[in-house]
Design a protein around this ligand. Structure first.
Ligand code: ADP
Ligand code: MG
Length: 697
């Protein structure tokens, strides 16, 4: 049974707690600096020290207890007597019992003090709200204070001054807006942190109201704990209903201290982590632990493994910072498991977020100032995927389908890891210190054989150059590979089916044990739990490059650079930074304090492989200009020619024959023209009328 407390006992409890030096000094400080300082922070541990029973009682009856605490604190400051003057008592460090996941908030929690953790997804601008209105009687001039608890202004019913000469009959009052009392208010929506979610569940959200001196402290993307009282409001004003919407009446906000705090590493874990780090097969094992149900994609998985660890964030003597986070782009034919890989990584990576480029939210991938129902008419700052993935991994699928707004703000986000929003009185800079793993489809849906790859990527060149590594994944029929993938996918399904059976269950025609053994390679070498801990642990290390490693990177960079042969720039300093980040990640993966030749070679292998694939020119050299500028110098491609023909002569449409003729003038044969026409139709740039005439859309 929980103990109950009488009003006098509650007051006595606070008097006792506030008599401690710590609180006496703080209250005196508030008295001296009011209203610049008006909140008294109370550590829950101190209430608990006073009495465990009382501390429990406070959680269950916060309204009465907090009112009493305010009274107790203010009794120590005699000069506070103007309407609206009060000390805010803000309890922090609530115990674990008071922590509730948003999805677990229930009717039981109503009017109780709870601590809710999450990501601030939306925050409104700070607006003042009138709490105490000063009215003057229009006839006798008497002053009246009216408490304003709700949204609509409440006026006095009649003049309250018996000696005013209006005989208390007056019903007209003038509001003194200037002398009335206001407090700042802000509305915040938080959603569950990704690490708390299991199996791709949608994050739940709750709204909190923050008032007075703590309004404006939170910005979108912050990871916070809202301590507050759960309250309810009727869903609609008009139809009285019995279903209530809940919200948090926030009494204090706590910001998270350390990024990897949420991952607990025990002494046993540490032993295991150190043991893993000594394994010569560590790199392979980690690669094998990345989405093992996906066959192949080895170099992609190697790169992603390094991305998990990331390079080092550095600050220079002059204050410039260099990002350590790596960005990887996968461009590939449909059905090559891009989405599946992204989903897996958003689950595996600490603070992983999965989002699609064509997401429905106004904030999109970055952030936006919006004016919607949430703000009740005021502007709201809404965080997008990259901000929510701050200090984590943002897995962005269908990047090519992103909105124009994202297209223009993504460069800044990826390079300086900040997003600035300046609109309608909101000026904010949001942090998005995340790595990005993105996927996109080729321009015409599928890679075409005889056109250069760089020409088939429909992303702004400036954006492309922000990626450390770009992988091209084609899906061409290939007997050997097809057989292997087929085997692998079927084996994965078989293993999955067997795993769903009960222990000891048998079935005719299948050797359950044999299936499990044969498909053991589909089980990750390290399970997700320990791998996350390992990654979190590695963040403690900032490795330093050896001269050997430096030389290897330098040689490779200069060698590739010289392949351009004067006319083209095969590689830029951006790729040099990619080398560095990759090699640092490799060292961090080994928990090594130094970046050695081994790490440098791993980096060089990955970058050279990617360049060969994407920027490889016919003569064996590299031509990064294809990516960096979007237009390759050599082959102005066939699609462009036909597009140009359509633009120039296609005003009223062109028949197939006319197009063939124009194509021939430009040196294209009939199949090339036909192919280009098909690609342009697929892309929706042109269409064919029933009469067989091609027109531009
Ligand atoms: P994408 O996003 O590239 O279009 P998806 O991730 O949607 O492709 O993959 C389509 C399906 O094909 C998935 O169910 C996936 O399991 C399967 N698949 C494709 N390639 C592989 C592979 N290499 N190994 C295992 N499964 C694969
Ligand atoms: Mg996909």
């Amino acid at each position: 049974m929980s103990v109950t407390f009488q009003d006098s006992e509650i007051l006595a409890a606070w008097d006792d707690i506030f008599s401690k030096d710590k609180y006496r000094i703080n209250i005196a400080c508030i008295a001296d600096n009011y209203p610049q300082k008006k909140s008294l922070m109370v550590d829950y541990a101190d209430i608990n020290t006073y009495s465990v029973d009382f501390a429990m009682y406070v959680l269950d009856n916060p309204d009465a207890c907090l009112a009493s605490a305010r009274k107790s604190a203010m009794s120590l400051v005699p000069s506070m007597n103007r309407p609206g003057e009060a000390i805010n008592v803000r309890i922090v460090n609530l115990p674990r019992d008071a922590k509730v996941e948003i999805r677990n908030l229930r009717a039981d929690h109503l009017r109780k003090l709870v601590a809710v953790e999450g990501l601030a997804r939306k925050v409104t601008t700070v607006k003042p709200r009138m709490t105490h209105a000063l009215f003057r009687c229009a006839r006798c001039g008497a002053e009246m204070w009216v408490l304003q608890p709700g949204m609509l202004l409440k006026e006095p019913m009649m003049c309250s001054n018996p000696e005013g000469g209006c005989n208390k009959q007056a019903t007209r009052f003038n509001l003194d807006e200037k002398a009335s009392v206001y407090i700042d208010t802000q509305k915040i929506e938080i959603q569950e942190s990704p690490e708390g979610l299991r199996g791709g569940a949608q994050p739940e959200r709750i709204t909190g109201y923050v008032e007075d001196d703590i309004a404006g402290e939170v910005t979108a993307g912050n990871r916070i704990t809202l301590n507050g009282i759960l309250r309810s409001v009727e869903k609609t004003e008009r139809d009285k209903s019995t279903v209530f919407e809940t919200y948090l009446d926030v009494i204090s906000v706590e910001f998270e201290q350390h990024e990897y705090d949420e991952i607990q590493i025990t002494a046993d874990d540490e032993k295991e982590i150190l043991r893993m780090s000594k394994d010569p097969d560590l790199y392979d094992n980690i690669v094998k632990s990345i989405s093992p149900s996906i066959y192949g994609l080895d170099s992609v998985k190697r790169a992603i493994a390094l991305q998990l660890f990331g390079g080092c964030h550095k600050e220079m003597d002059d204050g410039t910072v260099m990002r350590g986070d790596m960005h990887i782009l996968l461009i590939g034919d449909p059905g090559v498991a891009k989405s599946q890989l992204l989903r897996y990584m958003s689950m595996l990576a600490p603070r992983g977020i999965y989002a699609s480029g064509k997401s429905a939210s106004a904030a999109g991938l970055t952030a936006a100032a919006v004016r919607d129902d949430f703000g009740d008419g005021r502007w709201t700052l809404e965080a997008g995927a990259l901000v929510l993935a701050d200090k984590g991994l943002a897995c962005i699928d269908e990047l090519d389908k992103m909105t124009d707004q994202d297209r223009s703000s993504l460069h800044e986000a990826m390079e300086s890891q900040r997003i600035s929003v300046a609109k309608a009185g909101i000026t904010a800079t949001l942090q998005c210190r995340c790595s990005m793993l993105a996927a996109a489809n080729p321009k015409y849906g599928r890679f075409e054989e005889d056109t250069s790859i760089a020409d088939q990527i429909d992303l702004p060149p400036a954006l492309m150059s922000r990626f450390d590594l770009i992988f091209v994944l084609t899906d061409k029929p290939d007997k050997k590979k097809d057989t292997a993938i087929t085997e692998h996918i079927l084996a994965a399904h078989q293993r999955g089916q067997v795993r769903m059976m009960h222990d000891g269950e048998t079935v005719e025609g299948v050797d359950v044990k044999e299936v499990l053994e044969r498909t053991a390679n589909i089980r990750p070498v390290y399970d997700v739990e320990i791998l996350r801990k390992y990654v979190a642990y590695s963040k403690r290390i900032t490795p330093v490059m050896t001269d050997d490693a430096k030389r290897i990177i330098e040689d490779s960079f200069l060698r590739i650079r010289s392949m351009g042969g004067g006319n083209t720039v095969p590689i830029t300093a951006r790729q040099l930074e990619a080398f560095v980040r990759l090699s640092e990640a490799s060292a961090k993966m080994r928990l090594s304090p130094v970046v050695t030749d081994l790490d440098a070679n791993r980096a060089v292998d990955l970058v050279e492989e990617y360049l060969r694939r994407i920027a490889g020119s016919d003569d064996g050299g590299f031509d990064i200009d294809k990516i960096a500028t979007g237009i390759s110098s050599k082959d102005r491609n066939k699609i462009d020619i036909i597009r140009g023909v359509m633009r120039e002569y296609g005003g009223d449409g062109l028949s197939s024959d006319e197009l063939m003729q124009h194509g021939a003038n430009e040196g294209l044969d009939e199949t090339e023209v036909a192919r280009a026409l098909k690609q342009l139709s697929d892309a929706g740039e042109i269409y064919k009328t029933p009469a067989g005439i091609y027109k531009r859309t």
